[in-house]
Write a protein that binds this ligand. Structure first.
Ligand code: ATP
Length: 303
């Protein structure tokens, strides 16, 4: 039985690069094309597995060539795929991304099989969920499915409320840890969150019922507040030259899940500091899953 179970999305990112974004109806000649594995759920699971976490992925893939390839990618990272189900007559989730030289982008997402992750998938994997030390989920797959899994779990329930949306109060009372970035915290609290006022958002979010709330702050690290100690703590991260910040939040969540299992004897600020360290390392490299570290010692310092 895996100690970390991720219930979430898998998608393939098709990215084109061109001098500028096309106008409606226009065809442009681009300069580069990449295909990469993405989806917040899978990104977080891969980040956790790369750090030595024993992981399982509960997800839905399409019955196209990408579904099988994605399953192979998860297996190659040592992730248990018993509940990575191929769904007939539906495409694997995809994101079609266009990037201009200015850095501006346009994204079209087709969730495909991700929308078919149903509560029955949770019922079928109930033993796995009940026995997990940490279960992790996001908001890229149906909300009811995540809610069902959180109700079933007896371990740590870690929700990354991304992409941001309102109307998720029902699940927050089941969360052990809620992790959001600044725009997500802003949407959930109606406070324009930044490093100077994140503490007000933390307090407001803690009232929803979860035990610990974490807000990641990009280059400013992360702040968190727990019911237990009632004292907000700001964990700083290293200053680095950021090459590609895509998926940094997922690196953070994946690392957090692993360290909550492998370093459970450590205080929370050390665990969150180590997760920041891993996420910060990922922004120094291009790509998402490919930018996540596997050889890293994040606990040889004090945060
Ligand atoms: P993304 O949507 O790009 O995946 P996010 O918005 O969910 O990321 P952030 O708050 O931007 O998440 O970043 C998560 C963590 O990644 C931060 O807590 C920090 O440790 C690291 N990080 C992100 N950007 C930088 C940066 N420019 N320099 C150093 N560390 C960074």
């Amino acid at each position: 039985m895996s100690k970390i179970v991720v219930i979430g999305s898998c998608s393939i990112d098709f990215t084109t690069y061109a001098p500028r974004l096309p106008l409606p109806g226009e065809t442009l000649i681009g300069t580069k094309f990449t295909t990469s594995y993405g989806g917040k759920g899978a990104n977080q699971c891969v980040a956790a597995a790369k750090l030595g976490g024993e992981t399982s992925m509960i997800c839905r893939l399409g019955d196209d060539q990408w579904g099988l390839k994605y399953k192979e990618n998860l297996v190659n990272h040592g992730i248990d795929v018993k509940y990575a189900n191929i769904t007939p007559n539906i495409t694997t989730g995809i994101a079609q991304i266009s990037v201009a030289e200015s850095g501006e982008n346009q994204i079209v997402i087709v969730p495909g099989a991700n929308n078919y992750l149903i509560t029955e998938d949770v019922e079928n994997s109930a033993d796995l969920i009940k026995n997990a030390e940490v279960i992790v989920s996001q908001l890229e797959t149906p909300f009811e499915t995540t809610l069902e899994a959180f109700k079933l779990s007896t371990g740590i329930k870690l929700l990354n409320a991304a992409p941001a949306r309102v109307g998720i109060d029902e699940i927050l009372k089941y969360c052990t840890i809620l992790c959001v970035n600044e725009p997500e915290a802003t949407l959930l609290t109606n406070i324009q969150v930044d490093v100077t006022n994140a503490v007000y958002a933390l307090k407001k979010l803690l009232e929803t019922g979860c035990e610990t709330v974490i807000i990641t702050l990009g280059p400013e690290g992360a702040v968190y507040l727990s019911k237990q100690d009632q004292q907000p703590i700001h964990v700083l991260c290293d200053e680095v030259v950021a090459v590609d910040t895509t998926g940094a939040g997922d690196a953070f969540v994946g690392a957090l899940a692993t360290y909550l299992v492998t370093h459970k004897d450590q205080p929370m600020h050390q665990i969150i500091g180590a997760a920041c360290y891993v996420a910060t390392q990922s922004v120094t490299k291009e790509g998402t899953q490919t930018s996540y570290s596997d050889k890293i010692n994040a606990f040889n310092r004090t945060y």
